[in-house]
Write a protein that binds this ligand. Structure first.
Ligand code: NAD
Length: 262
């Protein structure tokens, strides 16, 4: 496990699911954490306090809305001012909406592109000068198997995640000589509130029961028939922050039980 003591990580969307798991893994490895995401203020504060108590790190919370570029820049600059640097950025916040293309709500398209794609651009744009100044950095994009392949009824999500693939590779090339890496983790299905929430919509779009969706649509895509866990993704993020990953950049790393090998 990499020792991240003295480093600072921003994890967007870390009040739930994968982001929460990655923030916890980074804190466990010694990094100070800037939490971000929506949710109940008391629960978020309890999470912040637990990180400080359990892992002997400093933790703060910034409420930046990932649809607002100015708030994203403020989150990055606040973390740099509070902790002295931003060494690790995990672009994780994301939403989903499942609907046939001709009925896809325009406001959902706009929100998915803003949160799942543009927010990552705004955060990277703000963080790169801090990383260049330190001469070290790690940018980790939580993309998806849907950055590599498509599924029907997820036009906005698949478009945004394919966009993340292009952004990841471009940034990796631009910062390659600055000891900054930029990689994308591409999970298949991970059991989180995001996945639980799309089962009903998928059932409607495909005219199936919710149990059928879980068995025939979700786990059917993954040859291992297993959900990926947030703990597995947390350990991969920590690995990407360690010296073994110094020369891994611009990579799309599937964690999808063989889905995209088919
Ligand atoms: P989740 O719903 O559990 O968590 C999403 C997080 O994003 C929450 O903390 C939420 O508050 C935050 N968020 C949403 N809108 C926001 C906004 N406007 N501003 C700030 N924060 C906002 O979802 P998850 O499953 O943990 O997904 C996290 C990421 O992983 C997403 O980018 C998702 O696309 C990706 N992903 C998930 C799966 C999966 O199977 N769960 C698979 C592949 C990729």
């Amino acid at each position: 496990m990499a020792n991240l003591q003295g480093k600072t990580a921003i994890v967007t969307g870390s009040t739930s699911g994968i982001g929460q798991g990655i923030a916890e893994a980074l804190a466990k490895s010694g990094a100070n954490i800037m939490l971000n995401g929506l949710g109940d203020a008391a629960k978020i504060e309890a999470q912040r306090v637990a990180f400080e108590k359990n892992y002997n790190v400093r933790a703060a919370y910034h409420p930046a809305d990932m649809t607002k570029p100015a708030e994203i820049a403020d989150m990055v600059n606040t973390a740099a001012a509070k902790f002295g640097s931003v060494d690790i950025l995990v672009n994780n916040a994301g939403i989903q909406h499942v609907s046939p293309i001709d009925q896809f709500p325009i406001d959902k398209w706009d929100a998915i592109i803003a949160i799942n794609l543009s927010a990552s651009f705004h955060a990277i744009r703000a963080v790169v000068p801090h990383m260049r100044e330190k001469g070290w950095g790690r940018i980790i994009q939580i993309a998806s198997a849907h950055a590599l392949v498509a599924s029907p009824f997820k036009s906005a999500y698949v478009a945004a995640k394919h966009g993340i693939a292009g952004l990841t590779k471009t940034v990796a090339l631009e910062v390659a000589e600055n000891k900054i890496t930029c990689n994308a983790i591409c999970p298949g299905y991970v059991w989180t509130p995001l996945v639980a929430g799309q089962i009903a919509d998928t059932a409607k779009a495909r005219n199936m029961s919710e149990d059928e969706v879980k068995a025939k649509v979700i786990l059917a895509a993954q040859p291992t028939r297993q959900f990926t866990t947030v703990e597995q993704l947390g350990e991969l993020a920590v690995f990407l922050c360690g010296s073994a990953a110094d020369n891994i950049t611009g990579a799309m790393l599937p964690v999808d039980g063989g889905w995209t090998a088919q």
